[in-house]
Design a protein around this ligand. Structure first.
Ligand SMILES: C[S@@+](CC[C@H](N)C(=O)[O-])C[C@H]1O[C@@H](n2cnc3c(N)ncnc32)[C@H](O)[C@@H]1O
Length: 256
């Protein structure tokens, strides 16, 4: 028995190293390259609803007098992935991204060519829960779409969003949340969200059973006004659509 111990220890160490390597290299790469096409399909289904959701950004006035003079806005998007939301930002927007997956950086700057009306300011590789590179009260608009499902702490990310927003600044969110109507879908979401479920390894810890709407609504975050509503997207086919893309969503605007 004691002769087995060193082999078990070496075996466990190798498994840990493989998981660590997978989490820091293979999984983010997989997500940026392979998951990207399915996000693209989702985006096409949602384009018109998103356009309406983001429409009022253009009426917002920057808190920065210089930007206000130019009719520009400072926008921060957390977890933009490949940047499907850039098309909704008004002309002269100055855009910063805080994105945990470094494999999206190249795509972020490539998007400049598709959206010449936006100035791609900065791509910060980091966590939304700890945006130390973004000063307090410095941003006019914060955007997140399908990100709160993956952050380590929804409360932590929201506190940071509130901190970086200028007074009167707005947080536009669009998130999938736990299914509210169909019990079977909810059960699948709970199983897929278990830390030991394969889904968690493949899809970057995306939790399908989060109640982000309830957490946003809690008034201890400091937002002066929160306007949110539940909805479903028109994307209906496939298991992925049933459990994520067409399942319950919340979208809204929180004002600092
Ligand atoms: C499902 S994708 C959505 C991408 C994009 N927002 C969209 O709607 O197409 C989730 C994104 O959030 C990023 N992400 C996950 N956790 C994060 C965190 N803690 N901080 C910042 N970004 C994060 C992921 O790397 C990924 O790009």
């Amino acid at each position: 028995m004691s002769s087995l111990l060193p082999s078990v220890m070496v075996g466990s160490a190798i498994v840990c190293l493989v998981i660590k390597y997978y989490n820091s290299h293979i999984q983010p790469w997989f997500f940026s390259k392979v998951y990207n096409p399915s996000l693209a399909v989702y985006h096409v289904h949602c384009r018109e609803i998103k356009r309406k959701h983001f429409e009022s950004i253009k009426d917002h006035k920057s808190a920065d007098p210089e930007l206000r003079k130019k009719g520009a806005l400072r926008i921060l998007e957390i977890g933009p992935g490949p940047g499907y939301n850039f098309e909704f930002y008004p002309p002269n927007s100055e855009l910063t991204a805080v994105e945990v997956n470094r494999f999206f950086e190249e795509q972020f700057f490539e998007k400049q060519a598709d959206h010449p009306h936006i100035k791609m300011e900065r791509f910060v590789v980091g966590f939304a829960e700890d945006m130390k590179d973004v000063p307090d009260n410095s941003v006019d608009i914060v955007v997140s779409t399908m990100v709160l499902c993956s952050v380590r702490s929804v409360e932590g990310a929201l506190k940071e969003v509130h901190r970086v927003l200028a007074p009167g600044g707005k947080y536009y969110f669009w998130e999938h949340i736990i299914e509210h109507e169909y019990r079977l879908v909810r059960l699948i979401q709970h199983i897929a969200s278990h830390p030991l479920c394969m889904y968690q390894f493949v899809f970057a810890g995306c939790k399908l059973n989060r109640k982000s709407d309830e957490i946003i609504q809690k008034n201890d975050l400091g937002f002066s006004h929160i306007d949110q509503n539940r909805f479903r997207t028109p994307q209906k086919s496939g298991l992925h659509a049933i459990c994520i893309f067409h399942s319950s969503h919340v979208k809204g605007i929180a004002t600092k």
